[in-house]
Design a protein around this ligand. Structure first.
Ligand code: ADP
Ligand code: MG
Length: 460
């Protein structure tokens, strides 16, 4: 008895030192939860709450712990971590049914809708997901998870801007896993819903049920975790759920609108845990991907609106002009088909321009003259200062004229305005430059290509 008290004192000292060396947040996450159960024959034995923590702590902290115990006067040769056995809790208890005494029903199947997840959109499948350069990695990783093979990385963390397909991929994973293994308990929900459930459980004093339920799933998909930023108790609960599932080798997929390291007000321990798995991002779409997505949707609409004709070049035009996100792109196409079928006309470029004027205007990205000057000078390896300077040699004058031309084409600036930004040149000089390039484009293929490339770079 006295021995335990003494060792706990020693451990208390060691802890105080450890807090200083590992830092407060690592201390709270990893050291504080440890319980010294015995110090015997040179072996210090600790209880740890989960397998995951056991591995992490023994890999990262065992030597430091040993050293500090030594310093505190304990003779320790080895440190051991043990996860105490806990009694299993029947899943059926948490399904929201009245708790009857007697035999415990078999675990509910995921299609019995006992899980408090969000509904899956039936359209968001792998089949309907168009793969291109910007999303091929994310797609491959999602596929790998959905195949349900051995867990080689966990969690999968998908991130990217709005409307780039994060939710689509998560639903696709869920669909695919449920199709392959109908008995799997797959839970998809947004971080916001997670928080809502958690608060509800707190309020209704059903927090144990909440915990058990979330720990009973085989696959957990949490969308938009950036939402948890600054919500400390939700993060805390999420962290524990997360650890428990990882310990059981259960699959976790997380999405956010930015990388784990960039989510402000996210606890360090959660951040580092999220980074433990595979982190992949969805890049902004490129022109080819946008055309691919539009073609797929147009193909779909051609069944829905048989007889409706789509003129050549319309999809390319849209892919070119609407570069913001896929959701807007889809919305544009949906409206276009609906409108065309209503008025019974072929979908032409003019119809598209008419019908989508507002969307096209809103997606016009503001390209600045400074940007144009910078890109053009980079492309031709001249100094940015020469763009606005007085030099008139061909190697400088030509790129400068191209920049003037692009400024006229890609911005709404007036000629005098452009002139001012080219070192105070007269508007007639700008007009002349624009005209020179317009003419040269017809005969000079190299120049036409350069201009086209630059335009694409600037618009992407
Ligand atoms: P996020 O969750 O990243 O904001 P979503 O997954 O909700 O974006 O995608 C927005 C819309 O764009 C959805 O209708 C989705 O089906 C569609 N979408 C996004 N990327 C693709 C793609 N690569 N192929 C087909 N549709 C896509
Ligand atoms: Mg989403």
């Amino acid at each position: 008895m006295g021995k335990t008290v003494m060792t706990n004192d020693t451990w208390g000292q060691a802890q105080a030192e450890l807090r200083k060396t590992v830092g407060a947040s690592a201390f709270t996450s990893w050291i504080e939860p440890l319980r010294l159960v015995s110090l015997d024959a040179g072996i210090a034995r600790f209880d740890v709450p989960t397998n995951f923590m056991r591995e992490w702590v023994s890999r990262n902290y065992s030597e430091q712990i040993r050293q500090h115990l030594l310093k505190a006067g304990a003779e320790v040769e080895r440190v051991e971590f043990v996860v105490p056995r806990v009694r299993p809790v029947p899943i059926a208890k948490v399904a929201g049914q009245p708790r009857k005494p007697g035999p415990v029903p078999a675990p509910a199947r995921s299609d019995e809708a006992d899980l408090p997840g969000a509904a899956l959109d039936p359209r968001f499948t792998f089949d309907s997901f168009v793969v291109g350069k910007p999303n091929e990695l994310a797609h491959a990783a999602a596929r790998r998870v959905a195949e349900g093979g051995p867990v080689t990385f966990n969690p999968l963390f998908l991130y990217g801007g709005v409307g780039l397909g994060k939710t689509h991929l998560m639903h696709a994973i869920a669909h695919e896993m449920m199709a392959r293994q109908p008995d799997l308990r797959v839970l998809y929900l947004s971080a916001e819903q997670f928080m809502y459930r958690f608060i509800q459980a707190l309020r209704d004093k059903q927090i144990i049920d909440f915990k058990v339920l979330f720990r009973s799933v085989d696959v957990l998909l949490v969308d938009d975790v950036q939402f948890m930023a600054g919500k400390d108790s939700t993060q805390d609960e999420f962290f524990h759920t997360f650890n428990a599932l990882i310990d059981q080798n259960k699959r976790i997929v997380i999405s956010a609108d930015r990388a784990p390291g960039e989510i402000k007000d996210l606890e360090e321990r959660i951040r580092s845990r999220l980074q433990c798995g595979l982190v992949v991002d969805l890049h902004p779409t490129d022109y080819e991907l946008r055309v691919g997505i539009l073609q797929q949707k147009a193909e779909h609409y051609s069944h829905q609106y048989p007889g409706l004709k789509l003129a050549a070049g319309v999809l390319e035009f849209l892919a070119h002009r609407i570069t913001t996100n896929v959701r807007v792109l889809e919305g544009a196409l949906t409206r276009l088909f609906a409108f065309a079928s209503l008025v019974g006309r072929e979908i032409t470029l003019e119809l598209a321009q008419d019908c989508l004027a507002d969307i096209l205007r809103a997606s016009d990205r503001k390209i600045t003259i400074e940007e144009i000057q910078r890109k053009v000078s980079e492309h031709f390896s001249i100094r940015l200062s020469d763009m606005i300077g007085p030099k008139r040699t061909r190697t400088i004058a030509r790129p400068r004229q191209i920049a003037m031309y692009l400024s006229k084409q890609l911005t709404t600036r007036s000629l005098p305005d452009i002139g001012r930004r080219f070192g105070g040149r007269d508007h007639t000089t700008i007009m002349h430059g624009v005209r020179v390039i317009e003419e040269m484009r017809v005969s000079d293929h190299q120049l036409a290509e350069d201009v086209e490339l630059l335009r694409r770079l600037l618009e992407s």
